[in-house]
Design a binder for this molecule. Structure first.
Ligand SMILES: Nc1ncnc2c1ncn2[C@@H]1O[C@H](COP(=O)(O)OP(=O)(O)O)[C@@H](O)[C@H]1O
Ligand SMILES: [Mg+2]
Length: 264
């Protein structure tokens, strides 16, 4: 019996193999972890197609999972890929060694910025992201409960529409690089204190440098302050990221990209 109800071409790979269901992702996708493979099932098959394209382009440029099989059936995308070795950068071992963690995350960002973006098949500039955001706002898909406490309400925006309008009218200058698009700790794998690879590439493409810095900064902050239920590291200062990157924080852009992410 086909318990998982996956397309036959995928079933041929996974038949009889045991797996664990991942509880880490926030996107509502299904992720099944096998011994040496991962199956990601997504309902947004259009987004998944883009992910395949960029993963193929990235194969010999940076370390990403290898695509083993891909199928779309009933508007669902089934992506079977190799399992990344190493540990997620939010692993307790790395949270306990923030200096090594920050060094590695900065190394990961710099490696992306070194990639030549000519010919990159995915564009993640503000026109692209804001038009996706507009669709989400119009379809009332934005969950304001998920937002940072200051984004909406008394001293913030009244609603997602108002935030979107502000974002459309206050676009910062574009600094294009190869951007991961969701550079948060669970999407970055490390081994022996160095970057092993990047996963979750649905928003990867030619994007702004500060988008990744902003999301990395916020992810660091929340992984250390107990937001996800882990140990609270009161002394941790996420500003150390800028020292490791050897750049001055551009708070205007960091705040812009954090606000933009509230619509997703
Ligand atoms: N190729 C992979 N190798 C190892 N672990 C993976 C892989 N793909 C996904 N995972 C695990 O599943 C989690 C969720 O997958 P991800 O692609 O990030 O989905 P989401 O969009 O839900 O964040 C990851 O944080 C990671 O722990
Ligand atoms: Mg993820």
């Amino acid at each position: 019996m086909n318990q998982l109800n996956v397309p036959a071409s995928i079933e041929a790979w996974i038949s009889g193999k045991s797996y664990e269901v991942d509880g880490m992702g926030m996107s509502g996708n299904q992720v099944l972890i096998f011994e040496d493979m991962v199956l990601k099932i997504e309902t947004n098959s259009e987004g998944a197609e883009k992910q395949i394209k960029i993963m193929q382009w990235l194969q010999d440029r940076v370390s990403v999972p290898k695509i083993l099989a891909h199928e779309v059936e009933n508007n669902k995308s089934y992506l079977l890929m190799s399992k990344m070795v190493g540990k997620m950068s939010c692993d307790i071992d790395y949270l306990e060694q923030p200096n090594i963690l920050l060094e590695a995350l900065a190394e990961g960002l710099k490696s992306l910025w070194e990639v030549d973006i000519i010919g990159c098949p995915c564009m993640r500039d503000l026109d692209t992201i804001l038009s996706e955001a507009r669709k989400r706002v119009e379809q009332e898909l934005v969950d304001i409960e998920d937002a940072e406490p200051t984004t909406f309400g008394e001293n913030g925006f009244n609603n997602p529409e108002e935030l979107l309008e502000w974002l459309e009218n206050n676009r910062p200058e574009f600094e294009p690089v190869l951007s991961h698009g969701d550079y948060c700790l669970p999407n970055i794998f490390l081994e022996d204190g160095h970057i092993k690879g990047y996963i979750d590439l649905g928003k990867t493409g030619i994007g702004d440098k500060w988008n990744d810095i902003a999301l990395c900064y916020r992810s660091l902050k929340h992984n250390f302050d107990g937001t996800y239920g882990g140990k609270v590291y009161a002394k941790f200062n996420p500003d150390m990221l800028f020292e490791k990157l050897a750049i001055k924080p551009n708070w205007e852009k960091i705040n812009y990209y954090l606000l933009l992410d509230e619509l997703f």
